[in-house]
Design a binder for this molecule. Structure first.
Ligand SMILES: [Zn+2]
Length: 235
């Protein structure tokens, strides 16, 4: 373990080999208690058409801003940078996963009772190659590994992706349509269990909700929620 993380209420401080590497800004209230979007007031947002149907709630550590937007503003958004770099190097997913584990323990301890973590799978052609070692990897597997390290919640793999499909640059409606049939169930001990789906970013909830649908309908899961590093809001 090269990274250590410290929960500070509004942020998580990061240390790489004991040297400070900035901090992740955490979600600030008020935010929607279903999809984690920022709110002006109240507890649930009006974006109900993007709310999940099968997943009960999508938790987020912070907000994700696409790389070009924070580069333009010159703002140091360590969380968005790390989400971006975690797709390039396996070791860069470690602080994100450890930080999510701290969020779970300190902000959402109810999640510690969940039975399993499930990383949103990628299709084999969608694996990333580590820039140093060339090793193919799925960034969400790395996140799940470090969340498991910090929380002890076991990981299972009850889902497979059936084809290549990028969601970036699709409209909300297109995302929902394209997500259908994108994942299939792999028989697993999920009946009556609670499952936390792990992804890097949630924009429309459609990927997490499609996976939740399969776990509930095909596997008989009792409760499914999602946890992402960053909530990205549709414009
Ligand atoms: Zn919402």
């Amino acid at each position: 373990m090269n990274w250590s993380v410290l929960y500070r209420g509004d942020r998580i401080e990061l240390y790489y080999k004991e040297k400070s590497r900035g901090s992740y800004k955490l979600l600030k209230k008020p935010y929607c208690d279903i999809c984690s979007s920022p709110l002006a007031n109240g507890s649930t947002c009006s974006w109900t058409h993007t709310h999940p149907t099968f997943a009960k709630r999508i938790y987020a550590m912070g907000y994700y801003k696409p790389t070009n937007s924070y580069r333009r503003s010159g703002e140091a958004d360590v969380l968005s940078q790390h989400i971006y770099y975690a797709k390039r190097n396996i070791w860069k997913g470690e602080p994100l996963g450890l930080a999510i584990a701290e969020c779970i323990k300190n902000r959402y301890p109810e999640l510690l009772k969940f039975d399993f973590l499930v990383a949103i799978p990628r299709y084999k052609t969608e694996y990333h190659e580590d820039e140093d070692s060339g090793e193919p990897f799925n960034p969400t597997d790395i996140l799940a590994k470090w969340i498991n390290h910090g929380t002890g919640i076991p990981i299972i793999t009850p889902l497979e992706k059936t084809r290549e499909q990028k969601m970036k640059e699709l409209s909300l409606l297109e995302r929902k349509q394209k997500a259908r049939g994108l994942y299939q169930y792999v028989p697993s001990p999920v009946k009556d269990k609670s499952i936390l789906l792990i992804d890097d970013v949630s924009t429309s909830s459609s990927t997490i909700d499609e996976c939740a649908k399969i776990l509930v309908r095909n596997g008989g899961a009792r409760k499914v929620c999602g946890f992402v590093c960053g909530k990205n809001d549709p414009d």
